[in-house]
Every structure is written in structure tokens, then in C-alpha cells.
Design a protein around this ligand. Structure first.
Ligand SMILES: [Zn+2]
Length: 258
């Protein structure tokens, strides 16, 4: 890899039009730097221990890795420099980004996939997210889960993952509470319009699949996109279609990603 970086490339352009001049001269610019990550992808390991995950990520044959692994006790183990490309995301898409390994930091949480995440683990994750967000100016909406970028292929982190708590701290986006509890938003309030107002509902409603696409989901398989959305934002009945309740949340949420 070091050789590839140091190589002076030869310009190789096939030119059909012989009036176009293509020089094969290399002129090194003085103005550059290394790239910075702009997305954080959160995973659960689906393994039984931190040690097991660390072993998996150090065996060449597995071809998988992550920048950070966080144990159930909150211990953070870094396994790769933030500026390098870890192999945690695989095939996936978020918005128009189809190479998440190149743009993101991978964080794996030691968790078997069917249990709640421990408090020390989430506390450590919040500290790490804060550090990454500040250091690389990562937008709140770019803190996402593996299932968000790989609908139909990945389901981590599971419905036990506390996305709302993270969003409250500035990592990931969440819907407004009054969507579900209009009573908290009295009709005489001058600061917001009650959501049961039919006019407002009409204005907000768009094709749900388009709304999912605006958020960032790959909608090539709409059913899978709905499942990923539900794992993250609804956290139950993830196999079923969007209910009216789910749509309320979706229509509130997509605007935050515009
Ligand atoms: Zn994953």
C-alpha cells in the first residue's frame, strides 16, 4: 500500500480526438492532505466477547475489521488509524455514497444481537462519538447504523440500540416527540402547529419511499428499506409494512435530512 501511495502515476488517457493534448508529465502539487472521515457507522458484533471480536479482526482470512471495538464494560479498543479504510461496511449505500468504507469510521459494540447494550458501553460510545464529531466535523445525520446502509443484508445494531439517546446528544437525528403526543403541543401554542391539523398533514405527506430515499436509504428493495427504517426509528414490528403511526414519524423525520 505504501508503494501505491508513493507511486508517480503515468497519465493514461486514450484519446480519440487528436487535437486534445494529454501530457504524461507528472507535476506534483504542494497543496494536499490526507482525507478525513465524514460518517460514523455503528455495529453490534454478534459475537460473544470483546476478545473474540479482536481475534476476528486480526485474522487475514476474515477480511473484516473496524476502527474501534467497545466492550460490554465500556473499554474502547482502537484497531485502525481513523484516516485509514477499515473493512466494516461492505456493500452498501447511504444517499449517493456507495463506498461507505472509504468515507466512514466503523464502531463495533460487543453485543450478541439479542440483548440490551450495557450502560458503560453506551457511555463510552458517547465519549468516542463526541471526539470524532468534533475532530472531523461530522454532521449529526451522518451517525448511522450498519442496517441503515445495507437494507436487507444487515440488521445491526439491533432494536435494543438507544438511537434516541444518541440523537439527544447530537449523534444521529430523531423525530419530534409531539408527532406521537400532539397533546403536548397545545392548539393555542404560538410556537408550533398541532400535527392533527389536516392541512399540515397533507403538506408533509409524500410518497413514503421517496421520504426514505431523502433520509438516505437505498430504496432499490423498498421492503428492505422499510425494515431498516423500522429497526432504527420504530424499534418493533420490523418485518411489517409502514403503519399510519410509522408514516407520521417518517413524514416528520425526512424533513430533518433535507
Ligand atoms: Zn455490522
Amino acid at each position: 500500500m505504501t508503494e501505491a501511495i508513493q507511486e508517480i502515476p503515468k497519465t493514461k488517457v486514450q484519446v480519440a480526438n487528436d487535437t486534445l493534448i494529454v501530457s504524461d508529465e507528472w507535476v506534483g502539487t504542494t497543496n494536499f492532505s490526507i482525507r478525513k472521515p465524514n460518517v460514523v457507522v455503528i455495529h453490534h458484533t454478534a459475537q460473544e466477547s470483546l476478545e473474540q471480536t479482536i481475534l476476528t479482526f486480526t485474522l487475514t482470512r476474515t477480511q473484516v475489521s473496524s476502527h474501534y471495538v467497545i466492550g460490554r464494560d465500556g473499554k474502547i479498543v482502537q484497531m485502525l488509524n481513523d484516516y485509514l479504510r477499515s473493512w466494516h461496511a461492505g456493500r452498501g449505500r447511504w444517499g449517493n455514497d456507495t463506498d461507505l468504507n472509504s468515507s466512514s469510521i466503523g464502531i463495533e459494540l460487543d453485543n450478541n444481537g439479542s440483548e440490551p447494550f450495557t450502560q458503560p458501553q453506551i457511555e463510552s460510545l458517547l465519549v468516542l462519538c463526541k471526539q470524532l464529531k468534533v475532530k472531523y466535523s461530522i454532521p449529526a445525520g451522518n451517525f448511522i447504523g450498519h442496517s441503515d446502509i445495507a437494507p436487507g443484508r444487515k440488521v445491526d445494531p439491533s432494536v435494543y440500540f438507544p438511537w434516541k439517546m444518541l440523537a439527544d446528544e447530537g449523534y444521529g437525528l430523531w423525530y419530534d416527540d409531539q408527532v406521537l403526543y400532539p397533546a403536548l403541543n397545545p392548539p393555542d401554542s404560538t410556537t408550533s402547529i398541532p400535527l392533527e391539523n389536516p392541512e399540515m398533514l397533507e403538506k408533509d405527506e409524500i410518497d413514503p419511499i421517496v421520504a426514505l430515499r431523502i433520509i438516505g436509504y437505498d430504496i432499490s428493495d423498498p421492503k428492505a428499506a422499510i425494515q431498516s427504517f423500522k429497526i432504527h426509528f420504530i424499534r418493533r414490528d420490523v418485518e411489517t409494512d409502514l403503519s399510519d403511526f410509522d408514516k407520521k414519524i417518517l413524514f416528520n423525520l425526512y424533513k430533518k435530512y433535507l
